[in-house]
Design a protein. Structure first.
Length: 382
């Protein structure tokens, strides 16, 4: 019996479909068992993948860690063993840039088994009760927020992701050069817009991640709308939460739809695995179109294969979640992936969070973002 160990994050979306696909793979390959363990969502964002690659055969990862993994040879290059036709299919059926986000330094280091980006969510019943239409512009969002009906995840990591979005909307790509995070005038406008939103929401938002935000939205009737949070199709499915959410694309600001920051997850194979061929074959299995739009999505997963997002049955299961948000996924911005980026992301998130808490002025915040960015980006360029 071959036993593989896998690590993912501790939510239905991240865990249950992996267990389901592992069980099915075992039924088809009785000499193989795959055991999945979980870690927190925060650890998913910033825990050392080097340590995980020493302990696990299979790792569900966030794409910004790919540069670090490639530099240190942590993962097996999947293009060395997987058929070209399979990889071509994955590329052709990518949701946004999910597939290419795991391609780095000439190799494919993971398969996009999961796709996500911040999307809009709402309690349609609460909006109806308030007599308010679904927001379509940023002015609509702010009006609803000032009336006390909006929530947004604003812990450090999500605050940075949200800042990226506003920075892009102000007309500049953040972190585009190694010498600075971005220009001061754009940064001031982006930071101000984010703080205006957070200040209009309950301060508890500063302590919530997307999952906690969705739990709050579904456990009471106090929140009508969330303008952007990494999407979880589970909350749009009947029977998952006490109350069901609806989802949609982002609103427009300055006449253009906001572009959120790509997330999602990929399955990678540790270079230390003693059963590389089997681990790679399972990663292929769970990423195939038939599995992604079959038992993967049926088990609460949020697939990375485009055919699943367009599948009629998948959308029926999730109250139209996939088609309702696909455009936002396709328009999402991909973060940097250089070695050391995860440490930058952690430090920069705390800088933005201090600004949102009112503990730093805009000049100090911009200086800190530039300083932290130069610290990590210059190491790559040195």
């Amino acid at each position: 019996m071959i036993t593989l160990q896998g690590i993912t994050w501790n939510h239905t979306r991240g865990f249950v479909p992996n267990v389901a696909t592992a069980q099915r793979y075992h039924e088809l390959n009785p000499d193989v068992q795959i055991q999945w363990q979980t870690r927190s969502l925060q650890a998913f964002a910033d825990y050392s993948i080097a340590d995980l690659a020493e302990k696990f055969d299979l790792l569900v990862i966030d794409h910004p860690s790919i540069g670090e993994a490639a530099k240190h040879g942590l993962f097996a290059p999947l293009d060395a063993t997987l058929p070209r036709a399979f990889l071509d299919d994955q590329a052709a059926n990518s949701v946004g840039s999910s597939h290419t986000s795991y391609h780095y330094d000439g190799h494919q280091w993971a398969l996009a088994c999961d796709a996500a980006t911040p999307v809009a969510s709402m309690r349609v019943d609460v909006l109806d009760r308030l007599g308010v239409p679904v927001p379509t512009t940023w002015d609509d969002v702010m009006e609803l927020a000032k009336a006390g009906h909006v929530a947004v995840p604003a812990i450090p990591i999500d605050s940075l992701m949200n800042l990226y979005m506003f920075w892009l909307n102000e007309g500049e790509t953040p972190c585009a050069t190694p010498d600075r995070f971005g220009s001061d005038d754009v940064g001031e406008r982006a930071l101000t817009a984010l703080r205006e939103l957070v200040a209009a929401c309950d301060p508890v938002c500063l302590t919530r991640n997307p999952i906690q935000t969705y739990e709050a939205m579904t456990r009471s009737d106090s929140i009508a709308y969330c303008p952007f949070a990494y999407g979880y199709s589970n909350y749009s499915r009947p029977g998952y939460a006490t109350r069901r959410l609806s989802y949609g694309n982002l609103v427009t600001r300055h006449g253009e739809r906001l572009r959120s920051t790509l997330g999602g997850a990929g399955v990678a194979v540790s270079a230390h695995s003693k059963h590389l061929d089997v681990a790679v074959d399972y990663a292929r299995f769970m990423s195939e179109a038939s599995i992604q739009k079959g038992i993967y999505v049926q088990s609460g997963g949020q697939p990375g294969h485009r055919q699943a997002w367009q599948d009629e049955e998948a959308n029926r299961l999730a109250n139209g979640y996939f088609l309702a948000t696909l455009q936002t996924l396709d328009e999402a911005w991909q973060r940097p992936r250089y070695p050391g980026y995860i440490d930058f992301q952690n430090d920069a998130g705390h800088v933005v969070h201090a600004w949102l808490r009112g503990e730093a002025d805009v000049r100090a915040t911009l200086d800190a973002l530039n300083r932290v960015h130069r610290q990590y980006a210059s190491e790559v360029c040195a």
